[in-house]
Design a protein around this ligand. Structure first.
Ligand SMILES: *Cc1c(COP(=O)(O)O)cnc(C)c1O
Length: 370
């Protein structure tokens, strides 16, 4: 028998694969009635019908390779975001790009900085590249942004060996965010050759007045990278389309490792059509905002601590009841995301569903907590 782990690169040897939560396919097969899936921050309001139509139409060309440049989608993104095509690299989801930034810019002997309770992919990316991960402590649970990014601590974790910093704004799994002003001050203190990757997977959902996307800072900060995705607000998680915005010279280096046809034709077509359906996106965001507020209120009225969120999910504290609540909800067909992997074993992450979803969740929760 070959010990394959010992043959792997040093970084991979110690790596544990990304934990996607429950085996939903198996759970669906066994469930007596449709599950209520609130564990993966998917958008329950669904994709734009125009995006679905575009994806179906693209299947007529399934025998040919997709556009390796993703030119039409990049043009639409560039027009919408006020950037140039050369500033964009497309990914098979932004997860792929987050991994590749570490692969390209960090290696053994280098350090990658991220926050405690930051998105799990950052640690994976650093380890897979063989780099050393330095975790900055998060803000304390009692802070106004419980367990959110502490930008001062992140800045302090940067050393001469640091090549890359990963932040998420807003962050998953905490739902917290930091202000545009705070980020500008942080960025001003980061050495010019350290890449700062800001993951804005949930940016479309935000309406907090103090929030600002990092996008406008790209023009003045060549070491800044912003990643976005079509998986969340655009509700296209199944088609795997994400993108990063960066300095054209950074994009050019990333292009060296990008698999030529990494985004498939239905994905490209659907993403482009989704960008053109602003009304659908706006309705989706409005519905999420309304339900997020209603669900947070309903959970708080039951005495539960709910983190402030600018996303489509809530981090909720259940204390020493957490495992029991999770299991009892699972038995009732309600899937939430356990947080033990994040060191948050006393919390569950709950995707904000539709009004009906949230009513079913609360009814099940009331049974379980009774
Ligand atoms: C969901 C999510 C992503 C995006 O994943 P895709 O690969 O684009 O589907 C990236 N970052 C965070 C923080 C997320 O929660």
């Amino acid at each position: 028998m070959i010990d394959f782990a010992s043959l792997a690169n040093a970084g991979i040897r110690a790596l544990r694969a990304y934990d996607p939560g429950h085996d939903l396919v198996a759970l669906r097969r066994a469930a007596p009635r449709p599950l209520l899936e609130l564990g993966s921050n998917e958008n329950p309001h669904g994709a734009s019908p125009r995006a679905i139509q575009a994806a179906i139409a693209a299947l007529d060309g399934a025998h040919v390779y997709p556009d390796p440049l993703g030119g039409d989608l990049k043009r639409a993104l560039a027009d919408g975001l006020g950037v140039e095509i050369a500033d964009i690299v497309l990914g098979n989801g932004s997860h792929e790009l987050l991994m590749q930034f570490a692969q390209v810019f960090a290696g053994p002997g280098d350090e990658v900085v991220a926050s405690q309770y930051g998105f799990a992919v950052y640690a994976l990316a650093a380890q897979a590249a063989g780099a050393t991960l330095r975790l900055a402590p998060a803000l304390p649970p009692a802070h106004a942004m419980p367990r959110g990014h502490d930008l001062d601590a992140l800045r302090a974790a940067i050393t001469p060996r640091t090549r890359l910093v990963y932040l998420a704004n807003p962050n998953n799994p905490t739902g917290t965010w930091y202000s545009g002003a705070a980020f500008e001050a942080f960025l001003a203190g980061v050495p010019a050759q350290v890449l700062v990757v800001v993951d804005e997977a949930y940016a479309e959902f935000v309406d907090a007045p103090d929030y600002a996307s990092a996008l406008p800072l790209l023009a003045t900060h060549p070491n800044l990278v912003v990643t976005r995705t079509f998986s969340k607000a655009h509700a296209l998680a199944g088609l795997r389309v994400g993108y990063a915005l960066a300095h054209p010279a950074c994009v050019a280096v990333m292009e060296r490792v990008r698999e030529s046809f990494n985004v498939n034709a239905p994905g490209l077509a659907a993403a482009q059509a989704s960008l053109a359906d602003a009304a659908h996106l706006a309705a989706s965001l409005d519905a999420n905002r309304e339900q997020r507020q209603a669900l947070s209120g309903a959970l708080r009225s039951r005495g539960l601590a709910v983190s402030p969120s600018q996303t489509n999910f809530l981090l909720v504290e259940f204390g020493d009841r957490t495992a029991r609540v999770e299991a009892a909800l699972l038995a009732r067909g309600v899937i939430l995301r356990p947080m033990g992997g994040y060191g948050l074993g006393d919390c569950l992450r709950i995707t904000v569903g539709t009004q009906d979803d949230n009513a079913r969740l609360l009814a099940a929760l009331d049974e379980v907590l009774a």
